[in-house]
Design a protein around this ligand. Structure first.
Ligand code: HEC
Length: 160
């Protein structure tokens, strides 16, 4: 090996080393933006919901019944607002826990949860407390997931 080859190998070596260091830094930098943005779980008893795919048909059925009797006066299934926001896309925007806390703990959510308060400012009307139990709310959540699957072809975008 002559002197020039030796120099060339040295410089390639140090270039590789520098590049390796650079890649490592870039990697560390990427970790933060890549980490999924924290989606609020809201305030209430519901802390951790495990979703299943495919949907649970019985839950969808009970949720549909609840929707028709207790929610459809104010919420459409598409993205049109009547009294409250339309439900299309809600599972891609809100975590399942937030949705269930909004349904079962609406008074506190409207008082204390930032996102719920923003909605109240837009909608002006307060969503009423209908004393929905957690089991019933779980059915409604499943029905919302079914609605997003049917209408948009995508659901659970905000589930962790
Ligand atoms: C009298 C009208 C009314 C009824 C009935 C009603 N809601 Fe609402 N809902 C609202 C309003 C208005 C908002 C927006 C927040 C506010 O202004 O209180 C809302 C917000 C929501 C949100 C948040 C939506 C989003 O885009 O983040 C969910 C989830 C929800 N309601 C679920 C339900 C469920 C489930 C029922 C039936 C059990 C129901 N609501 C019944 C008026 C209503």
């Amino acid at each position: 090996m002559n002197f020039y080859t030796y120099l060339m190998m040295l410089s390639i070596g140090s270039a590789l080393w520098a590049c390796g260091g650079g890649t490592k830094n870039a990697g560390t930098e990427q970790e933060n933006p890549a980490a999924k943005e924290e989606v609020s779980k809201g305030i209430g008893e519901v802390k951790d919901i495990q979703l299943t795919d495919p949907l649970v048909a019985d839950l969808v059925r009970s949720g549909k019944k609840s929707y028709e009797t207790k929610c459809s006066g104010c919420h459409k299934l598409n993205d049109e607002r009547i009294v409250g926001p339309g439900w299309a896309g809600v599972t891609n925007k809100r975590s399942p826990e937030w949705i269930m806390n909004m349904i079962t703990n609406v008074d506190v959510m409207l008082e204390e949860d930032e996102e719920a308060q923003k909605l109240l400012e837009e909608c002006i009307t307060r969503m009423p407390n209908q004393k929905i139990a957690i089991d019933e709310a779980r059915g409604i959540l499943e029905y919302m997931r079914k609605n997003d699957e049917d209408q948009l072809g995508s659901k659970d975008g905000a589930a962790r």
